[in-house]
Design a protein around this ligand. Structure first.
Ligand SMILES: O=C(CO)[C@H](O)[C@H](O)COP(=O)(O)O
Ligand SMILES: [Fe+2]
Length: 226
């Protein structure tokens, strides 16, 4: 069975002063998930939000909060994010090589869904043990830009990783993040991505609902023709 398309607007491109209404607007426009970029100004040169903002948003929505942790110490975030109401907890493999088993275990114990992300320069083989282990992650996020900022240009060379993952794991959730929009989605969808993060292309559009439906259609069309 084909994996289900999930369209996840990145709230990094929203008006943070009106986060609840921005989230409500995206869900009304057809978003499946809300992608929440958590950055610590150490793993990446930018600082965004943490558990208090997730907790505030959770009071206004039941939506799946797809948290992408661009932080050096993801273990420190498990308990606070679980309490705050996070749904998915996706950490970077680059920082968790020595303790990912413990981390994945804790994420699951706290009731969140574990995912692993990798930067454009990280070989895809590095996430295989996390997908195949006894206590596997449930999603792989392939970064299609260098993590840290929205509005960057999609890197097509990262698609080799998506193709390799889809070939090896037909039913795995594979997320792509960075520079996705109507002009790049077909590359990601035909490579096998099914979870699509899009910030600037959705929030910057006159009609965000149209962009969301273009993204979804591309994933579904690619699945049908594969
Ligand atoms: O993780 C991220 C940046 O590190 C963001 O999720 C991503 O950049 C989305 O923004 P855009 O669609 O504008 O590229
Ligand atoms: Fe992200």
């Amino acid at each position: 069975m084909a994996v289900v398309a999930k369209i996840a607007p990145s709230m990094l491109s929203s008006d943070f002063a009106n986060l609840a209404s921005e989230a409500e607007r995206m869900l009304r426009f057809g978003a499946d998930w809300l992608h929440m970029d958590i950055m610590d100004r150490h793993f990446v040169p930018n600082l965004t939000i943490g558990a208090p903002v997730i907790e505030s948003l959770r009071k206004h929505t039941k939506a799946y909060l797809d948290c992408h942790l661009m932080v050096t110490n993801p273990l420190d975030y498990v308990e606070p994010l679980a309490k705050a109401g996070a749904s998915g907890f996706t950490f970077h493999v680059e920082v968790a090589k020595d303790y990912w088993q413990d981390l994945v275990h804790q994420i699951k114990v706290k009731g969140m869904r574990p995912g692993v992300a990798l930067k454009p320069g990280t070989p895809v083989e590095e996430v295989y043990p996390l997908v195949e282990g006894e206590n596997p992650v449930e999603m792989v996020l392939v970064m299609t830009v260098e993590p840290g900022f929205g509005g960057q240009k999609f890197m097509p060379e990262t698609m080799d990783k998506v193709r390799a993952l889809r070939k090896k794991y037909p039913s795995l959730d594979i997320e792509v993040d960075g520079g996705l929009g109507p002009s790049t989605i077909d590359m990601a969808a035909s490579a096998g991505a099914n979870c699509i993060v899009a910030g600037s292309s959705v929030f910057g559009a006159k009609e965000p609902a149209n962009v969301i439906s273009i993204l979804r259609k591309s994933v579904r069309d690619a699945q049908q023709s594969s």
